[in-house]
Design a protein. Sequence first.
Length: 405
Amino acid sequence: MSEAQLQWWRAGASSTVTIVMVLDSRPDWERVWAAHEWALTVAPRLSERVVESKMTTAVPVWSAAGTFRLADHLTRTTVEGGLSELLALAQSMSTFPIDVSKPLWEATLVEGHNAYILRIHRALMESVGGLALLERLMSGRPSSRNGGLPARRREYLPSLLDNLIEQTKRLPLDVTTLLRTSIRTSVETSLRIATHPRRTAGESLRFVGSMIGLSTVRRSPLWTARRGVRPKLGVVSCSATALARAAEAAGGTIEDAYLAAVLGGIDRYHQRYWVTLESLPVSIRGVVRDVPIGLQNPAERIAALADGSPSSRGQADLISTHVTGLTAPAFIAGARVRELFAFQALDSAALTTTLAIHDDTCCVAVTCDGDAVSQPALLVECLQNGFDEVLALGVRGRSAKVTEN
């Protein structure tokens, strides 16, 4: 076991990623089964488990799992309804730690609301087996029978898992300089509200909060009761073209616009509780940074994200990541992947958000701690509003779509 694999293994059975692929049609079950069997032949790691050494100082090893039964890892079920019902299934799967006495992955083909859900431990993601699983299951055309990509064509369809693993090396997501230098005085704020009656509700809430003596804080006082055992899932999606246009209008990148939208949503959520946040500890590329969150203008938020921010100590309230996703049309057993959401483990944070861009869709997977975040539905709604205000910076920005469970 490599050093990186060992790090994730020591993180525990809950250190998993749940990938939800929404499909445009019902895949053929026999082809799905055959594709998994074939993946096992080309990636034996998928049938191996981790074995701890009896010597306390020895590194665990990958070992054959004895009698491996694909039926223990690949199942199918039916989900009627919409995306909310699909997320409820993914949420129930992510609630329970993965069985570390067996190979560290499980997959479910969902019929009805057609989808494929893959849950995989990050120790396996760091190994060749984790990379091979999606590479071998997906193809670049609907008629492919084995579901795999020849090695010479892998650059055409990068593995999502590969991007997940490499995200800490690739992300141009240096988050923000501290642009906010002082809190506006109540007189200045009251004048702005009086002169501009259509000023955002957030500005008014900040003003009232200051009048009744609410203090500005550097981390969320609402998200302290985190345990990480009741993850709640939600998604927000929007046009990648529209988000890129909004980012360009503000002089930033699409990653800047994505994080600016998330921060705006978090700020809105806290305003509902009359809490004014000055900054928020955010984990980006494994480093916790003190990110200013009170900038009301989304263009200012985007512009600020390119300048860098100081590192911070302690736990992060938010883990924000971005993965490339699938850069070309992808199919599983003849069914095309329409949307792709990668739900990260909480890792002691109250909230994780992951952006995966697939075709022209920004798929944002939201995982929040059900104990720390008392109203997950409200939080996802606020995140939608955060994306909407960022998209409005573009000439023809389209509204974000939101689904929560």
